[in-house]
Design a protein around this ligand. Structure first.
Ligand SMILES: C[S@@+](CC[C@H](N)C(=O)[O-])C[C@H]1O[C@@H](n2cnc3c(N)ncnc32)[C@H](O)[C@@H]1O
Length: 167
């Protein structure tokens, strides 16, 4: 499992974790674990309805990771209110509605200085962020929620810090 190449995301997250002394990490949408298995944070939580690796094997090998084979909606619906994370990486279902819901749920489980990273916020084309073409037309009149290419907001205020990642 560790043989997967270290992703840009893992390098970025490890940098932030070192600088900010981050102890707990939540990743929504894990896939093959390219980021998850390369993130050096003491306590990790992984959520994906369809992990793309041998889950029982990973559970044995990575005792510091809590695996949840479910959707982010389901995961958050069962998560105790008091559960908070220092850094959250949102990289699950990339539709507008789901990402917005994930963001709202993350805010409930954020501490004052939690870092939220949302991947792939600028899609290659408008179709990729919508579940259906019909929605695409309807959503065309809505403002987009987040950020432009390369936007980075690093806040020292009491609100969680949000950084968008664009590839
Ligand atoms: C782009 S991949 C994640 C890549 C991973 N974060 C990385 O950096 O290597 C997206 C993953 O989101 C998962 N996914 C799809 N719908 C989801 C949902 N509703 N909740 C959580 N994960 C979801 C997919 O199964 C897929 O594995």
């Amino acid at each position: 499992m560790q043989s997967v190449t270290k992703s840009h995301s893992a390098r970025r997250i490890n940098y932030l974790a070192r600088k900010l002394g981050i102890q707990s990490y939540l990743e929504i949408g894990v896939g093959k674990g390219r980021t998850l298995f390369n993130v050096d944070i003491a306590n990790k939580t992984a959520v994906d309805p369809c992990f793309r690796f041998d889950l029982p094997e990973a559970q044995k090998t990575h005792r510091n990771i809590s695996f949840h084979k479910t959707t982010s909606d389901e995961f958050f619906s069962r998560l105790p209110h008091g559960a908070k994370y220092d850094l959250i990486f949102v990289d699950g279902l990339h539709t507008f509605e789901q990402t917005y819901r994930d963001l709202c749920n993350c805010l409930i489980h954020a501490k004052e200085r939690t870092v939220l990273l949302i991947d792939d916020v600028k899609q290659k084309d408008a179709f990729r962020q919508c579940a259906t073409k019909k929605r695409l037309i309807r959503d065309a009149v809505k403002p987009a929620i987040i950020v432009k290419r390369g936007t980075e907001m690093f806040s020292r205020s009491s609100s969680p810090c949000m950084i968008s990642i664009h590839r």
